[in-house]
Design a protein around this ligand. Structure first.
Ligand SMILES: [Zn+2]
Ligand SMILES: [Zn+2]
Length: 173
């Protein structure tokens, strides 16, 4: 699926299966998206093209502490206004900061289904995802997953001993 903005003369609907893909979220953080179906509509607007749509998603992303896979699912919805890059307002003219609007000023004259899906996944997935609230992460010394138990490294052992000391000290007196 490719929406060529200038070819959209009337509201046009698209439905396209999207293959599994990897979405780079930055900082070596990648989301694995399961196959889905994108539904979109494009319509002409003064000076540009409106592209709106939605798709259900399921992605696996690494836990930001222990790197185990975390599955997230939801429904992404978008409504974007594409204008040519040459029409972009100068900073002092823009009343609202550009990043808070869904107005996009782009050099390319089209957008593909894959681009729409990867852009929305990038926006939907939080920067940090935890497999559980109290994930213990991995040992900085040996890389062991501390959710599966202590690894025996001095740093991890120290924490364990101080916790036991804390519990037993009132009983000494
Ligand atoms: Zn975790
Ligand atoms: Zn360790």
């Amino acid at each position: 699926m490719k929406i060529v903005f200038r070819e959209i003369a009337k509201e046009t609907h698209f439905e396209e299966p999207v293959k599994a893909m990897e979405v780079d979220l930055g900082h070596a953080y990648t989301a694995h998206l399961e196959p889905t179906v994108l539904e979109a509509a494009a319509a002409p607007i003064p000076g540009g093209c409106r592209v709106s749509g939605s798709f259900p998603y399921t992605v696996s992303v690494p836990c930001s502490r222990c790197l185990s896979d975390v599955k997230l699912s939801g429904e992404a919805r978008f409504r974007l206004h594409y204008y040519p890059a040459s029409a972009a307002p100068k900073e002092e003219e823009a009343e609202i900061p550009l990043e808070e609007t869904e107005d996009l000023y782009v050099d390319q004259d089209n957008v593909t289904g894959e681009e729409l899906v990867s852009q929305q996944i990038y926006l939907e997935i939080p920067e940090k995802v935890l497999c559980k609230e109290d994930c213990r992460g991995i040992c900085p010394e040996c890389g062991a997953d501390l959710n599966k138990g202590a690894c025996g490294c001095p740093a991890a052992a120290d924490q364990r001993w101080s916790a036991i000391k804390g519990l037993s000290s009132p009983r000494k007196e």
